[in-house]
Write a protein that binds this ligand. Structure first.
Ligand code: SF4
Length: 485
């Protein structure tokens, strides 16, 4: 077992990342859902167009992308040092830093902190990393209710559903479906609620306000944390996050260790890249930043949980580690022709779309997500839009190669190649095989064989095989040139 900052690291993450069924099976079900495909096509086309408009406004967009890529590469190269610097800075400003090797440790830490605060319910800012570790379920098991306050996360939670997009978790729902969920699940909703977006937002606002005012613990993720100052940053569009990180007495932030950035000046690069790539806005409506605790202002206690959960294992792969550069903007999902047709649920992982296809196999192991690196046409659209220039198609090919290597002993291709090698290394065996193969002519029709028996049946399920010739090349050569030639 390796160590990280003196802690033994779990080789792979655990949590809610594992596939329930392989992508090809789940995708087939999703493709049959016409309403889902209509919702996805409309939503992704709208976000794509918005992003393209605001990105085109910046003449130095490519330079910004290169700067973002360089900062992330530098951060990962010195990650342990930057994390220690962050811990020192947060502690100096009155915060408490905790280290969690995996989801189990992180969930136990957070549950313990909530219990220590004497709370039975918490309000949450939308956060991918708490989804990754299954925090809500872990808190529920301890008798603690976790209320999502982001509108889309609230829709997913009330609908007893799963998020299907990094940024727009309820992208698979339309207005009428959302109204029905609110009418069914919100005890305090107006029974005449319409599906007008403003009316739906107002209903959610009233529902959430009571929770904001009563909860004594807030839980957030983090978009960035600045090592040199100890400042944690969360960006969002609705203001619910600002309420969660300022109103409760205790604030707990769970953060993947790759979210640290070295310096305050680096934040300026990402605060330009992220909103344009994610919501298609010039800047995020709400950018909340806090450094430790400030007496008389905001939470009285601040806990920062730094989570590994497979990240150091991903870091050990010099090619695959680029996936840790991701700033979770979701631009790659919105341009992906596969995601646009299947939606996020088919990926079976908290991180869907192209980034999920490269991140999830690395966090929980290639074998556990074996089908995800194949869930791509390798068209390259994701690479073109990624604000930190992650070459996702190359990573997908790399992970496919790793998967083949890890399964090569059992793969049909490997067995076939071993058999071919056995036959081709002895002339007598080759001659016997050629005689046997001519029996295959009995299966042919019109020069093609459309159905071979097992174990070769898989080949003809997708294509025809040619009928073996009447005469092998070696026989023809002997007849026309003599055996000594
Ligand atoms: S891989 Fe790039 S485009 Fe996709 S979510 Fe991450 S940062 Fe955004």
């Amino acid at each position: 077992m390796s160590t990280f900052l003196g802690l033994p690291t779990a080789p792979r993450g655990v949590g809610h990342l594992r596939e329930t069924e392989p992508f090809p099976v789940a995708a087939r079900t999703a493709l049959a859902d016409t309403q889902l495909r209509r919702n996805l096509a409309k939503a992704t086309a709208t976000i794509r167009a918005k992003r393209a408009r605001v990105v085109a406004e910046l003449p130095d967009w490519e330079e910004l992308r290169a700067a973002g890529q360089a900062i992330k590469a530098r951060t990962l190269a010195g990650l342990d040092g930057y994390l220690e610097q962050l811990e020192t800075a947060v502690s100096a400003r009155g915060g408490v830093v905790h280290w969690a090797r995996d989801a189990t440790e992180a969930n136990a830490l957070v549950a313990g902190l909530v219990q220590a605060a004497g709370a039975r319910e918490v309000v949450k800012v939308k956060s991918m990393v708490t989804d990754e570790i299954g925090l809500n379920d872990a808190l529920a098991a301890e008798g603690i209710a976790a209320w999502e306050t982001d509108l889309a996360e609230l829709i997913v939670q009330l609908g007893h559903d799963r998020p299907s997009h990094i940024l727009v978790p309820a992208i698979h729902r339309n207005r009428a479906e959302i109204r029905d969920i609110f009418l069914r699940e919100m005890g305090d909703v107006d029974p005449d609620l319409t599906d007008d977006p403003a009316a739906l937002a107002e209903a959610a606002r009233r529902h959430l306000r009571r929770m904001f005012l009563s909860a004594s613990v807030g839980i957030s993720g983090a978009n960035f944390a600045v090592a040199e100052t100890g400042t944690v940053c969360v960006v969002e569009s609705e203001g619910n996050g600002r309420m969660c990180v300022t109103l409760p007495k205790t604030l707990i932030t769970v953060m993947g260790i790759e979210k640290v950035i070295p310096a305050w000046a680096d934040l300026g690069v990402f605060l330009q890249l992220l909103p344009r790539s994610s919501t298609g806005e010039r800047m995020n409506p709400y950018t909340s930043m806090w450094t430790g605790v400030t007496p008389g202002d905001g939470p009285r206690e601040f806990h920062l949980v730094l989570l590994d959960n497979g990240r150091t294992a991903a870091l050990a792969d010099p090619v695959g580690r680029d996936a840790l550069h991701c700033i979770r903007c979701s631009a790659c999902l919105n341009v992906c022709p596969v995601y646009e047709r299947t939606g996020g649920h088919a990926y079976g992982s908290v991180y869907p779309g192209p980034i999920g296809a490269v991140l999830s196999p690395q966090l929980t192991g290639v074998q556990d997500n074996a089908s995800l690196p194949y869930a791509s046409s390798l068209c390259g659209a994701c690479y073109d839009v990624c604000p930190v220039k992650i070459n996702i198609p190359s990573l997908l090919v790399h992970l496919r190669a790793r998967h083949v290597e890890e399964t090569s002993r059992m793969a049909p291709e490997a067995i076939t190649m071993a058999a071919a090698s056995w036959v081709l290394t002895r002339p007598g065996r080759l001659a016997a095989a050629q005689r046997a193969s001519r029996a295959g002519r009995l299966l042919g029709r019109g020069g093609r064989i459309s159905s071979l028996p097992p174990p070769l049946a898989a080949w003809t399920r997708a294509r025809d095989a040619p009928v073996p010739p009447r005469q092998a090349f070696r026989q023809w050569w002997q007849q026309t040139h003599g055996s000594g030639s």
